[in-house]
Write a protein that binds this ligand. Sequence first.
Ligand SMILES: [Zn+2]
Ligand SMILES: [Zn+2]
Length: 508
Amino acid sequence: MEIESKRTFPDLTCKYCKDLISTNEPDVLQCHECKEHTHIKCLKRGAVPGGLIGDVFFQYTCCTCSPSQSEQFVREKMPWLQAILLVLYHMQTRSPGLARKGYFHWKIHIASFIDHSWDILFRKDFKRKKKWMGTISGTLSHYSPHFFKSGTTLFNEQGWWTLTYPKLSPAQIVSLNIELMAEKQKLRDSKLAIDDLQLLRGILLTKPFVNEEMLQITTNAEPVTVEGGTVSKLIRTQKKKRFLLPTVASLGLPQLKKIKKSKSPEVKMDIPVVTKPPTYLDPLCHYNTSLDEHSRVAALSLRVRLMGGVRKEPILSQYTSIYLPPYIRRDVAIKPAWLRLMDEVKAKVNQHNTSWNLPKRFPLDFMYVQPEHIPAVNSLCNQFFWTGIDVSDILKYPDFSCVVLYKKLIVAFAFVVPDVNVNECYLSFIFTRPGWRKCGIARFMLYHLIQTCLGRDLTLHVSISNSALFLYQKFGFKVEYVVLDFYNRYMRDDTRESKHAFFCRLER
Ligand SMILES: [Zn+2]
Ligand SMILES: [Zn+2]
């Protein structure tokens, strides 16, 4: 990379006009021979080659240093982020009339501009790949909302983009991005979890060319004040906690009693303490977590009720407007320990009955979540995870779910929350009943959900003592950082599992 990490100009004068170059002057070139600076407007040739506004991405030789006595420009390497910043910056200045309320369309405007300015933007050795247009939309999404702002909510239509900081030049944003990457690396090394936007905000506030007004347009985040100290120090103290899973408080359940301060070291003050801990139920018993008649009847259509089974017609997803098939997969090969045990019991009972044969087993049905599953799933969540869970929200995006039934018994489920972040989905729950584990059910559910989230990262939290981590790692999940006490507000105190969690990501 030939980009300088910082383009700051302390007390510099322009080689040509001899005027002082201010620190927030973006359109300045530096001769790579004599290191002297010049305004772009003062160039002998009047403009940079191509004439793009804000384009300083050249190796520049001034007319004194150049053997031919004329200014020389050699294009630097042009990453896609830089090219798109440049094109948007140029278009917003030169052709604001093209824009729709300040937004440009990625294909109609940005891609076609790049297409006809290809030779100006890129070096001769830069190959034009088949899918270069896809790279443009990918880059826009990747750097959203930090550097590019999408007009999707404004227009209710995808594909419209504008600069998040329209007053910052492409060179200024490129150097901000380099600083952001460096800060992120520092944080990654120290295993701290901080939101990129907050980090960027911290960096922006140290810049002389940034003012309050500029920041207000762009983020809804709480304002951060800088009073000395480095950015990373500042951010560390402002570590923001995000709760992806429903907490007791967010569910609006009655507040549980807080224990008064005492010197006992194992009592943590900010955690609601359950005075009567729910007792663990024998996991091998099924209780009332199979689909009970009431919830089934309430949720099923008359036709399904008359047919007496689980629904057979496709389900319409509100989220994607796609009709989902009634089954993801029906499996008769998987042999969970519980079914093997039942077979053995039946065989034992019938051992003297010579005409007896082991009855054919029913299939394991992998399906999308349906309203009639909710009461049973909630009951299992409350029994095996923590109290107060209501998973009804997943009905809004059934595509991102998998529920496994054996006849009417729910044996496993897994749910993903789509779009928790730009290009990121979050695995909120994955559960298999004891007795049905270690036979590939969770593996298939995870495989199915990963397929559903295609093109987007999938993230999750997992207790550091949970062996499920190995399953995730097999699928390519990487641990990003540790969240101390993540499960404090979720897990019961009597659980044997660690309350610290790994935050893992499957990158796309
Ligand atoms: Zn000048
Ligand atoms: Zn020079």
